[in-house]
Write a protein that binds this ligand. Structure first.
Ligand SMILES: Nc1ncnc2c1ncn2[C@@H]1O[C@H](COP(=O)(O)OP(=O)(O)OP(=O)(O)O)[C@@H](O)[C@H]1O
Ligand SMILES: [Mg+2]
Length: 169
């Protein structure tokens, strides 16, 4: 099986493989997973260290998480897809609406002050908001790959900002 994804117009994978074409020239699935794991680990340290009062969890921040974590490995890091994508029975946002739908989600998040005021509010309310926006971003599925990991990184940084630990799924 080439990939879990269907309807892929522009394929990022090496032919007959689940390994994305990459700048490191890696062809082995095990090796690419290991490298992705290391890059994500480093990203957690970098973005954790960069967190401060003024951090804004806007669309640019979200895109930069993807770009800066995987930009040395993948040409498409930090870029939104414009083709349709689905996984099993789930259809993600249609390619042609990814940009506008993303704007809508982040406009709404802005109205919620990017979830920056939850340190002294109810944990349940915070959890509900996190769950809502996480579902929205997963349904959007804006990137070619690595949506799950970058979305989790995004909400982990928001959790830490509010004095919580990384989210235990
Ligand atoms: N059948 C499905 N229907 C809807 N959403 C799904 C389905 N399977 C996976 N997902 C969501 O898509 C995410 C995976 O997307 P993608 O492969 O782009 O990211 P990833 O970072 O490589 O994956 P993972 O989250 O497994 O590390 C999962 O984290 C989950 O939230
Ligand atoms: Mg994946």
């Amino acid at each position: 099986m080439a990939s879990k994804y269907k309807n892929q117009v522009s394929s990022i994978y090496i032919k007959d493989s689940d390994v994305p074409i990459n700048k490191a020239g890696i062809k082995s699935s095990e090796q690419i997973h290991e490298l992705e794991k290391e890059l994500l680990f480093e990203a957690y340290e970098i973005f954790y260290d960069e967190l401060n009062e003024d951090t804004v969890f806007d669309e640019n921040y979200f895109i930069q998480l993807h770009k800066r974590t995987f930009g040395n490995l993948y040409e498409w890091a930090g870029k939104y897809r414009d083709f349709n994508m689905s996984k099993d029975e789930s259809k993600f946002c249609q390619g042609m609406y990814v940009n506008s739908s993303s704007k809508k989600i982040f406009d709404e998040l802005k109205k919620d002050n990017y979830l920056k005021d939850y340190e002294h509010k109810s944990k349940e309310d915070f959890a509900q908001k996190l769950a809502y926006y996480k579902s929205e971003l997963i349904a959007l599925h804006p990137f070619y790959e690595l949506n799950g990991r970058i979305t989790r990184l995004f909400f982990d940084m928001i959790a830490v900002y509010n004095g919580y630990k990384y989210i235990d799924y």
